[in-house]
Design a protein around this ligand. Structure first.
Ligand code: ADP
Length: 555
């Protein structure tokens, strides 16, 4: 597809220079354009900032009819249209919250003899809910003026993805109604299963797939244990490494954003907050201030980010556990667009897992305000557990762990110590923890699967706390069986059991989010081999843990 002798090549190169002001193509741009211009269905995985827009804007410009672009965010669409109009390319958009008369005018133009629009952007809910729009598209199709259908942020189609949007599911109708029209699906994030799901849901035929490495060599990754003084730790990290530079701090809840921004201001930083319940004017104002470097730190929920093009973001900090590796990778990807070194720091505490899980199942996150159940909840939980496993892993290269998730092989040697695990390059020892794991599972059973992980660890390590005595758990056979096991080691085994789904964290009661109690249950099917002595579990630990045998009772 990189050939330069397609019938459109000359026009393509001329317009790339003249209209878009580019001297050359970026990796895969020419290939994608040639494939879609040859009327193939195409799926493109290209990192944020890679230049996806050009792969459909340039074909739209040199084709005779109209290109329909489905894009999820009106603010993003408006930004694109502003740029197109500046380049003298006629474009418009339709969204559900536009004035009716304005919508009518655009629809009328679509069915006029020679529609002047080269690109028409629509939001997915417009396709899902507007019969009038579909009729106009049929009209264009019949007149052979429908050139191409572009699905931006295509990962939103998949229920396996981290950003599933129900309206995207109905986009399959486009291929059914317009089978001859090439579809171009674009995303910056998709695992192999998400890609398969998208291709199937959109009904793409003999689809050509382009993908680029997801590795971002200029980003440095680390996971840091989250303490009660996390904001103080963040303050110190920024002052030591990125003083007065621009960054984003991703927070879990709206309240967190506000509290953290306030505290950072007290520490002398120019910080503001951003979340979905602020009115749109306020959001636009703080975004503009941040973009113009009037303030440098944005404390935000994941509502902030899509379409952010600031090149010199020097750090992305996660104050809480992200919901999936895909989401995490994409959020980190907003740092260092200019290719300069930038930091991605994640403050991790296992208790955030319980909190996020609760928020997901009760629809308390920014992306989803409906209580989730069934397959969606299962997928969310699975994605979250992978993220926990990523954070718990203090051995393997972070790049390797992220990229393998996208089906990309990465040799950790190439990391060149730019992640915390490679940097430590410590001596690791393998340790058989089968006995500890079996004891922990047996203990969960012997307390009738009604107690939390920390309670199980207390009993295992022989605590005689009030609560242990109250339930007479000091009389259990395995009380104190783990007296000589270091707390960190027992905890790591326990988390491994949860990640492997041998134990299940179940939410028991919640007063309000942030205050949730959880209990451990046994997944009988997955635990059967371990309990029958047919499974061994080996984990790798830094030398220090293996050496220090302790009988401290300090849980
Ligand atoms: P994406 O949608 O993949 O995140 P964009 O399409 O927004 O990326 O492009 C990111 C930036 O790169 C834009 O400022 C765009 O003008 C620029 N760009 C795209 N293609 C080229 C190119 N071939 N040469 C130079 N700049 C380009």
């Amino acid at each position: 597809w990189s050939k330069r002798d397609f019938p459109w090549t000359k026009k393509l190169e001329a317009n790339n220079k003249k209209v878009f002001g580019n001297h050359s193509f970026r990796p895969n741009q020419r290939e994608v354009i040639n494939a879609t211009m040859s009327r193939h269905d195409v799926f493109v995985l290209m990192p944020t900032g890679g230049g996806k827009s050009l792969t459909y804007q340039l074909p739209a410009l040199i084709s005779p009819g109209v290109t329909i672009v489905i894009s999820p965010l009106v603010s993003l669409i408006q930004d694109q249209i502003m740029h197109l109009l500046q380049a003298n390319i006629s474009a418009a958009y339709l969204s559900a919250n536009m004035e009716w008369t304005e919508q009518q005018e655009i629809l009328r133009e679509l069915c006029s003899g020679r529609c002047r629009y080269k690109l028409l952007y629509v939001t997915p809910e417009k396709v899902a809910k507007s019969d009038t729009l579909l009729r106009q598209l049929e009209n264009l199709y019949a007149r052979e003026l429908l050139d191409r259908i572009v699905i931006d942020e295509a990962h939103c189609v998949s229920q396996w993805g981290h950003d599933f949007r129900p309206d995207y599911q109905s986009l399959g109708i486009l291929k059914q109604k317009f089978p001859k029209i090439p579809v171009l699906a674009l995303t910056a994030t998709a695992t192999a299963s998400v890609k398969e799901d998208v291709v199937q849901a959109l009904g793409l035929v003999d689809c050509i797939i382009f993908r680029q490495s997801f590795n971002r060599p200029n980003l440095r990754y680390s996971v840091i244990p989250k303490t009660k003084k996390c904001v103080e730790d963040i303050d110190k990290f920024i002052k030591d490494n990125h003083f007065d530079e621009c960054g984003i701090i991703y927070c879990l809840s709206r309240k967190d954003c506000e509290k953290i921004a306030e505290k950072l201001q007290e520490f002398g930083h120019k910080a503001v907050f951003y979340h979905a319940s602020m009115d749109s004017d306020k959001r636009a104002t703080v975004q503009k201030m941040w973009s113009k470097d009037e303030i440098n730190i944005m404390c935000a929920t994941v509502a902030f980010g899509m379409g952010i093009n600031k090149p010199d973001v020097r750090f992305v900090i996660h104050h809480s556990l992200p919901k999936s590796i895909e989401g995490y990778h994409q959020e980190c990807g907003r740092a260092g667009r200019d290719g300069q070194h930038s930091s991605c720091v994640l403050y991790y505490s296992y208790s955030d897992y319980i909190r996020v899980k609760h928020m997901l199942s009760h629809g308390l996150t920014e992306q989803n305000s409906n209580a989730n159940s069934g397959r969606v909840l299962e997928t969310n939980t699975e994605n979250l557990l992978r993220m926990v496993s990523y954070c718990e892993n203090d051995v393997d290269c972070r790049r390797f762990l992220q990229l393998i998730h996208f089906g990309e092989k990465f040799d950790p040697v190439s990391c060149r110590k730019t992640c915390d695990n490679c940097f430590k390059a410590q001596n690791l020892v393998e340790k058989d923890v089968t006995e500890i794991a079996t004891h922990l599972v047996e203990l969960v059973k012997s307390v009738q699967q009604q107690f939390s992980a920390s309670h199980i660890l207390e009993v295992y390590r022989g605590s005689l706390s009030q609560i242990v005595k109250k339930y007479q758990h000091n009389t259990l056979r395995l009380h104190g069986a783990g007296k000589s096991v270091v707390k960190g080691e027992a905890l790591r085994v326990l988390h491994h059991l949860v990640v492997e789904e041998i134990l299940i964290e179940d939410v028991k009661r919640s007063d309000y989010y942030g205050c949730v109690s959880s209990i451990l249950k046994v997944n009988e099917k997955k635990a059967s081999n371990l309990l029958a002595g047919r499974q061994t579990i080996v984990l790798r630990f830094p030398c220090a843990i293996k050496a220090s045998k302790s009988s401290r009772n300090d849980i």
